[in-house]
Design a binder for this molecule. Structure first.
Ligand SMILES: Nc1ncnc2c1ncn2[C@@H]1O[C@H](COP(=O)(O)OP(=O)(O)OP(=O)(O)O)[C@@H](O)[C@H]1O
Length: 817
């Protein structure tokens, strides 16, 4: 991994003091703090020595919101853009200005807090980014109230759970996250969330936050060129303020809230202690929801800034000191943040393709260099400048020296090329390995995709079975309830039937009695009609009217009975109906029982299948995990290989550049040497020509000397003395081995021979008359001989007196050879 993808460092802690509020001014106007001019230290005045606390920055009460953002939180945004996680959280006593710092006044340019400013910066950075980077921004908003996490964008979700996995770290499950495309949309969501927050009145703060709020911004970036993705998660946390219930006057609900707030803040303090005391092996993140949510922000994968907020009032001195101490402890927490980057297969493929292309290019270059080094030298007129080494070659340097040097240099170059060859072979091997690994990777991915499909199908089957089982169970329960109801009804009806039967029996008895009585009465009545006057009868039997009354009574009873009988008959009918129903129900029940049995069997079967599916799923999952780990290993080794490839590439590039420079200088040397060799060859040719010329001249000279001697003799011969002198001629002849030019000029007694290397010049005068001429000629021959001897002299003068007598006519007399 690129080292810039990781960063470890301490939490950044800044401290902010707000101005005195009205209440503090009323209670006690004195201020208990002084600020050092270095903007890093604050001192609390106390009776003894003032207590001093130093942070990354200390803001005095007059610091504007914009500066707090710039110094306190802005660096975190840069980290988020790079794909790190980030957290900014505010801690402090109630009413110390946490919410003012984090949120401030939305929509007010001067008073808005860190969250809206950060959001604004995120969007402006997105707008100014490269066009091939695609961004997506999501926001979520929740609060921890009385140890429950409530979704502030969907308040019905009021007990969200915290989870953790390797990819996402610690996260709040099911938290509503909305995609947003402008800061206005974010502000809208913030307003919605804030309106759902638990806020209440206390003596210290009319709008006191009774919960810890967490505003999450997730920024994902996809590079459309290499398909890599980066995700930075930003947590902006406004903690509830610690409070002394005596001061805040919390009672009832507020008291419960205060207890909860203080408890979770104590848990936060304990986590910080465990992280910083250097002895604790266990960090109690799980002691509260707050610490669990902030787990990554405190000692984990996040760049974190803590803003501690304080009151400057002497009235709150104890709370301020406690907050300052908290900040000091938090300062030594070390986090290890890493860029949340994902290498996609496409990205890996692209990297591989690039590496292949690089290797190919390098191959070509190396081939070219090899060709050039392998070819016989072609002398090019490439460069006309001479370097010092080249100039040290003089005419006396032999071609052999030059060849020797060139051979040595060539050997060095060849050894370099062979090293390069080795590297190229290694790279080729790495490339093959990489290709194989990528192929393997692709195959594995295909297998995993298939497995996942299968798992999805199994999951679908499983869910279907579960829903079917639940359906059957529900039906069963309903049927059972129905049966129970019917049984109860049957029981009631049976009891009623029993009662009716008893009543009917009683009624039958009464009816029988009554009928008997009626018969008796009828008999008596006829008897009374017969013995109407009998006093005996009148005394012992009831009177007719009495009997009539009794009869009427009995008749009405009878009617009632008849009615009851009717009722009873109806009831019997009803009973038979109920019995029919009961039978039917029993039938239904039997059917239901049968169905139930069938369903139970089916459930058992389905449960078996489910177990099997679960087992399969578990197997697949473990295979998948293994494969995933294997893939991860491969991806790590791929990363390493790619690093190796790029390192080798860099090395080769460097060496190639050096090689090119050396090659150029070699070519220049070659050109110079070639030129010099050409010159040397020309010189040699000339010397040889001269040698042959000299040989020719020497033989000619001998002939000439002889001719001169003959001529001289002839001149002295008396038979030539009357001959006219030659008007003018010149003698051009090399003397001995030198290229000597001799000129004899007739005139007024001047004769000069100019000697020196290669040249002898004689000028002489002659006059009429043989003697003089002969004398002059003899003088001249003598002079020539002298000049030949003194070849190193620059000139030999002949005394003009010696020649004056021979210069009479002013006309030249020469001997022609
Ligand atoms: N730096 C400041 N300048 C001006 N006013 C401030 C400043 N800080 C805070 N205030 C004011 O003080 C009051 C309390 O601030 P705030 O609500 O932000 O405190 P808090 O720490 O969030 O309190 P709690 O923990 O009770 O929620 C508010 O009216 C706020 O406007």
């Amino acid at each position: 991994m690129d080292p810039s993808d990781e960063s470890s460092g301490n939490i950044r802690v800044v401290c902010r003091f707000r101005p005195l509020n009205e209440k503090e001014k009323l209670i006690e106007e004195s201020v208990c703090v002084t600020f050092d001019p270095d903007n890093r230290t604050v001192a609390i005045k106390s009776e003894g020595e003032p207590q001093r606390f130093s942070y990354d920055y200390v803001f005095n009460p007059s610091t504007p919101q914009a500066q707090i953002y710039q110094i306190g939180a802005r660096p975190i945004i840069d980290a988020i853009m790079q794909g790190f996680n980030g957290t900014v959280f505010a801690y402090g006593q109630t009413s110390s200005g946490k919410t003012f710092t984090m949120t401030g006044v939305l929509g007010d340019k001067n008073l808005m807090g860190i969250i809206p400013r950060m959001v604004g910066d995120v969007f402006s950075k997105i707008l100014n980014s490269d066009s091939h980077i695609e961004f997506s921004v999501k926001v979520g908003y929740c609060e921890i109230y009385m140890e429950k996490i409530k979704d502030l964008l969907e308040p019905s979700k009021n007990n969200l759970k915290i989870h953790e996995d390797k990819i996402r770290g610690v996260f709040i499950e099911d938290l509503t996250e909305r995609y947003v495309s402008s800061e206005e949309e974010v502000f809208e969501l913030m307003n919605i969330g804030t309106s759902n927050r638990e806020v209440g009145y206390t003596h210290m703060n009319a709008g006191s936050s009774r919960s810890h709020s967490i505003f999450c911004v997730t920024l994902s970036q996809t590079n459309s060129l290499d398909f890599s993705t980066k995700t930075g998660k930003l947590y902006l946390v406004d903690l509830a303020g610690s409070e002394k219930v005596g001061k805040t006057g919390a009672e009832g609900k507020r008291l419960e809230e205060a207890k909860n707030i203080n408890k979770s803040l104590t848990a936060l303090g304990q986590v910080i202690n465990a992280l910083t005391d250097g002895k604790s092996s266990h960090v109690p993140y799980r002691d509260s929801k707050l610490t669990r949510v902030l787990q990554d922000s405190l000692g984990g994968n996040s760049k974190t800034a803590l803003i501690i907020t304080c009151s400057p009032s002497a009235y709150n001195e104890a709370e301020t000191v406690s907050t300052l101490r908290f900040g000091i402890r938090a300062k030594s927490i070390k986090n290890k943040a890493k860029v949340n980057k994902e290498y996609t297969v496409a990205e890996l493929k692209l990297m591989l393709a690039k590496a292949k292309e690089d290797i190919h290019m390098r191959d070509k270059k190396i081939e070219m260099l090899e060709q050039k080094l392998g070819k016989p030298f072609v002398y090019e007129e490439a460069d006309t400048k001479c370097d010092s080494k080249e100039e040290s070659y003089t005419k006396s340097d032999s071609k052999e020296d030059f060849k020797e040097d060139t051979k040595e240099e060539s050997e060095v170059e060849i050894s370099k090329v062979s090293v390069l060859d080795d590297i190229v072979i290694e790279l080729e091997e790495a490339r093959t390995r990489l290709t194989n690994e990528v192929e393997k990777n692709m195959k594995l991915r295909a297998i995993i995709a298939e497995n996942q499909k299968e798992i999805e199908e199994l999951r679908g089957d499983y869910n279907f079975l579960i829903s079917r089982t639940n359906e059957v169970r529900d039906k069963n329960t309903i049927n059972e309830e129905l049966l129970k109801e019917k049984d109860e009804q049957i029981e009631i009806l049976s009891a009623e039937i029993q009662d009716l039967k008893n009543e009917m029996r009683n009624m039958c008895d009464t009816k029988f009695d009554l009928e008997q009585s009626f018969c008796e009465i009828e008999a008596l009545h006829s008897k009374s009609e017969f013995n109407d006057q009998s006093p005996f009868l009148g005394d012992t039997t009831p009177s007719k009217s009495a009997l009539k009354e009794q009869l009427e009574e009995e008749m009405s009873k009878n009617e009632n009975l008849l009615m009851k009988i009717n009722e009873f008959e109806n009831l019997l009918e009803a009973k038979s109906e109920v019995e029919l129903d009961k039978e039917k129900l029993n039938g239904d029940k039997q059917e239901l029982i049968k169905e139930l049995q069938k369903k139970s069997e089916k459930i058992v079967k389905l449960e078996c299948e489910l177990d099997e599916s679960k087992q399969n799923y578990r197997n697949l999952e473990s295979t998948w995990k293994k494969e995933f780990n294997y893939l991860k290993d491969i991806s790590v080794s791929l990363g390493k290989n790619l690093e190796l490839v790029s390192a080798s590439y860099n090395q080769i590039s460097k060496e190639k550049a050096e090689l090119v420079i050396e090659k150029k200088s070699l070519e220049r040397k070659m050109t110079k040497i070639a030129k010099r060799a050409k010159i040397a060859e020309e010189e040699l040719k000339k010397i040889k020509e001269l040698q042959s010329l000299c040989k020719q001249e020497t033989s000619k000279d001998k002939i000439k000397v002889k001719t001169v001697e003959i001529a001289a003799k002839n001149l002295l011969d008396p038979k030539y003395l009357h001959q006219k002198p030659v008007l003018k001629t010149s003698l051009n002849a090399p003397m001995m081995n030198y290229n000597i030019k001799k000129t004899i000029t007739g005139g007024q007694g001047v004769a000069r021979i100019t000697g020196g290397p290669g040249v002898a010049r004689m000028t002489g005068g002659g006059g009429p008359g043989i003697t003089r001429r002969s004398f002059a000629t003899l003088q001249m021959l003598d002079a020539i001989k002298k000049a030949d001897k003194s070849k190193n002299d620059s000139s030999t003068e002949i005394d003009p007196n010696d020649l004056s007598s021979s210069s009479s006519s002013g006309k030249e007399k020469c001997i022609v050879f």
